[in-house]
Design a protein around this ligand. Structure first.
Ligand code: ATP
Ligand code: MG
Length: 188
């Protein structure tokens, strides 16, 4: 049996250098945020100023990565109110997302950072908590040397279009599905 070789119908484009790129980690599998946080290690190794902005409520769940990233010198903006099940939950989440977006817009435009992580931003966009058109404009109009990573499930098509690198984490199985709760050191 002969194995078919991969076909290369198109010649590879000429190599070029760019000042920065936009990456998206999406999909229903585990690893979107942790892959973004992993890139912080590469960035700080190059002495890049790094900023992380979290769009969803977090609290103690994120303790591990916040502590480590701050030790590495990254700026990290999050909201430590944890999970709640109160009736005003959605409003509170929307408010947090809008605050996060104000910070993010400034961080993208400022030119202060070589890496900006917008963690869970897709939820804030998909729920309509932050203005999608403003997000696309801010990403396209960011300071030229600012790389950006956006994470979250269901990346909107417009975000996929404008991004340079898009990865979909696909869930095959997750411990949670067999009843194993989130674990310290692994999930937060
Ligand atoms: P991580 O932060 O572990 O990289 P993620 O960013 O890909 O996960 P989120 O949607 O942000 O995924 O959810 C974060 C939390 O939900 C983590 O505790 C993670 O283990 C858990 N999680 C991620 N994917 C799944 C899944 N398919 N089923 C159940 N829990 C999941
Ligand atoms: Mg995540």
């Amino acid at each position: 049996m002969t194995q078919e070789l991969p076909r290369h119908d198109q010649a590879p484009p000429p190599v070029r250098t760019v000042d920065s790129i936009v990456l998206v980690n999406t999909g229903d599998g585990k690893g979107k945020s942790t892959a973004a946080f992993g890139m912080i290690m590469r960035s700080v190794a190059r002495d890049w100023p790094v900023c992380v902005i979290q769009f969803m409520k977090s609290g103690k769940w994120r303790a591990g990565e916040v502590v480590a990233a701050r030790q590495l010198g990254a700026e990290w903006y999050t909201h430590g109110d944890g999970f709640t099940w109160e009736s005003d939950d959605l409003d509170r989440s929307a408010g947090i997302a809008r605050e996060a977006w104000a910070l993010a817009a400034e961080a993208l435009a400022s030119g202060r950072y070589r890496l900006v992580v917008l963690d869970e931003i897709t939820y804030a966009i998909n729920y309509g908590w932050i203005p999608a058109d403003e997000v696309w404009d801010a990403l396209r109009g960011r300071a030229s040397t600012t790389n950006v990573i956006c994470t979250g499930r269901n990346a909107p098509p417009a975000l996929v279009d404008l991004a340079d690198t898009v990865t979909e984490m696909r869930n095959i199985k997750h411990a949670y599905e067999s009843g194993v709760r989130a674990r310290r050191g692994i999930d937060y």
